[in-house]
Design a protein around this ligand. Structure first.
Ligand code: ADP
Ligand code: MG
Ligand code: ZN
Length: 564
């Protein structure tokens, strides 16, 4: 297995030689241009689309990494019209296939699909047109399940290959091959079989996931070690990223969303992501109660309902969809002006992809995460593996950050090369004018919190976040309070950020308690009490990086969530 370093070099090399693929001297160059305009009705190619198309038409194996909305579909749809025979397209979801078929029908391009619910007679028809030299079939969409389960399909495919009818294989969302990726699909590894069956057919893998570990995996599993890797700019310069403290009460959140939708985003389109079906339904119901045009979208809806909601959102009957992660791949509305995470996303991948559904038209759009530490604790409590917990924690780090550009955090996570100037003040951190000093002494705060936790332990109790904050603010049950712990001057929302920071730095920790019906998260002292950090803390004068201090006087955040 090639080392990460080597791979990185290889990518850099392909970047250097990319200009070869942008020239207009290919036999098909003129035809490409006219098809782009006349069939697809686009004026010009986007960056990297043309390079990838020229490379795949030159029968090179290509791995194309382009952010969501970058225009990957065109890269296999257009070449399909130039080469004889048909292009086999593997796509993970039937709903994605259907979206593409609808679009292709408009362009009058012959396409078909086979998947688990295709009727026998249809399948037979499609098999005939796959093999028949006379057929006009240009694109055949299948799910990986179909490939993994249907031996008959594989044998028909072999026949087509021998008759030179398979022009190319395009594998969409190719990161689904990798167990490192966020949506591994067990049938994707079977595509290695297709690769060995269709030895001389060019392969084209498409994904928005650019981490080295994932790309490496994909190359190994599909035997694409010598492919050309083309990566498109990962940065979405027109998206404004921000994190705002989530108002403490349900009503507060509702009022805030209502205000945004009726004032700042009046008449504009958006998505509000939340994390459970129940929450999705109740939030949508509440917003509807305030006369907002929204609808809930989640996995339990019937396909027909889903389509209807999607359509009504596309034609702006609904201003926003209140959605779970089920509102995902294939969502393509150009003028989405806001994506709000009502609950923090579960991973940096979700953050990037879900936010990325905003502003596909290139105009400014806002990506807002409403942060509440309690939401994080719930996600962490529900997570079923260490990987999931780690992923949630990376999002927590993104939210708590006060110094580094939001974009640079995202870029670093995806192992992208990053220039600070690339943000162009398009995140809440870079936009802030006030310079904040790098350190802020949290020692007393940490000691106070430890004293409260110790006292509760003294009578054999543990504190949930709410009880801890209450006690700290001299509220809630009397027995948990301490007279020598001074009531903090900062807002409770900001107090949550401080506690989140101390959790990340391991001065505090989460202790999960399990009841019959749920998991309860308690806040306890960090790691072992003998932990080096905590001991150092005990000696006075220990400073903690002041990533948390708001600009100004040290008594932060009386502010309402800003809307910038
Ligand atoms: P991806 O698969 O990379 O997320 P899609 O292929 O779904 O992206 O394309 C996203 C949007 O970009 C679609 O609305 C598509 O019509 C549009 N698009 C693609 N290529 C171009 C182009 N060259 N010019 C203008 N719009 C384009
Ligand atoms: Mg796509
Ligand atoms: Zn920034």
């Amino acid at each position: 297995l090639k080392s990460l370093e080597e791979n990185r070099k290889r990518i850099a090399l392909t970047e250097d030689t990319l200009s070869d693929w942008l020239e207009e001297k290919f036999p098909w160059s003129a035809q490409l241009k006219s098809l782009l305009k006349e069939k697809f009705k686009f004026d010009h190619f986007r960056a990297k689309q043309l390079a990838a198309i020229n490379a795949t038409l030159s029968k090179k194996d290509v791995l194309l990494v382009m952010p969501t909305g970058g225009g990957k579909s065109l890269v296999f749809q257009l070449p399909a019209l130039i080469d004889p025979g048909f292009t086999l397209v593997v796509t993970p979801l039937v709903s994605l296939i259907q979206d593409q078929l609808v679009a292709l029908e408009k362009f009058k391009i012959e396409a078909a699909t086979i998947h688990a619910s295709t009727s026998k007679s249809e399948i037979k028809e499609i098999y005939d047109s796959m093999t028949s030299k006379k057929s006009a079939l240009k694109l055949l969409y299948v799910t990986p399940e179909w490939i993994a389960r249907s031996k008959k399909f594989m044998s028909v495919l072999k026949k087509c290959y021998e008759a030179k009818r398979v022009a190319r294989v395009a594998i969409d969302e190719v990161h689904c091959c990798s167990t490192w990726g966020h949506d591994f699909r067990p049938d994707y590894p079977y595509l290695g079989l297709v690769r060995s069956l269709l030895e001389k057919v060019p392969f084209l893998g498409l994904t928005a996931t650019a981490t080295m570990s994932v790309l490496n995996d994909v190359q190994t599993m599909l035997n694409l070690e010598n492919c050309l890797i083309i990566t498109a700019p990962f940065n979405r310069p027109n998206l404004f990223y921000q994190v705002l403290p989530k108002p403490a009460t349900k009503d507060g959140v509702l009022n805030y969303l209502e205000k945004l939708m009726t004032e700042k985003y009046a008449g504009q389109s958006g998505i509000i992501y939340t994390n459970t079906i129940n929450e999705c339904i109740s939030l949508a119901t509440a917003l509807k109660g305030s006369n907002l045009r929204v609808a809930p979208f989640h996995a339990q809806l019937e396909p027909e309902q889903k389509k209807k909601i999607h359509r009504k959102w596309l034609d702006n009957t609904y201003q926003a969809v209140v959605a779970t992660v089920a509102f995902g791949m294939g969502i393509d509305k150009p003028d989405v002006r806001f994506v709000i995470h009502h609950v923090i996303p579960r991973s940096m991948e979700s953050l990037y992809q879900e936010s990325g559904r905003a502003g596909r038209d290139g105009k400014r759009a806002d990506c807002i995460v409403l942060f509440s530490l309690n939401d994080y604790l719930k996600i962490s409590a529900m997570s079923t593996s260490l990987v999931e917990e780690k992923k949630a924690q990376q999002v927590l780090e993104y939210c708590v950050e006060r110094l580094r550009c939001r974009r640079s955090i995202i870029a670093t996570y995806f192992e992208q090369v990053w220039e600070t100037s690339d943000c162009n003040k398009m995140c809440d951190i870079c936009k802030r004018d006030v310079k904040i000093p790098a350190y802020y002494d949290l020692t007393q705060i940490c000691k106070d919190l430890h004293s409260l936790i110790d006292q509760a332990k003294g009578f054999d109790e543990k504190l949930t976040l709410i009880k801890l904050i209450d006690a700290w603010y001299q509220a809630g049950l009397k027995k948990f309070r301490l007279s020598n712990v001074e009531k903090p001057k900062m807002s409770k929302e900001h107090a949550e950020l401080v506690i989140a920071f101390l959790l990340l730095e391991k001065y505090l920790a989460i202790d999960k308690g399990y009841t019959m019906y749920s998991t309860v998260s308690y806040i306890v002292k960090g790691r072992a009490v003998g932990d080096e950090k905590v001991e150092m803390l005990a000696s006075d004068g220990m400073k903690i990086p002041k990533r948390l201090k708001e600009e100004g006087d040290g008594s932060p955040a009386k502010k309402k969530p800003r809307t910038d």
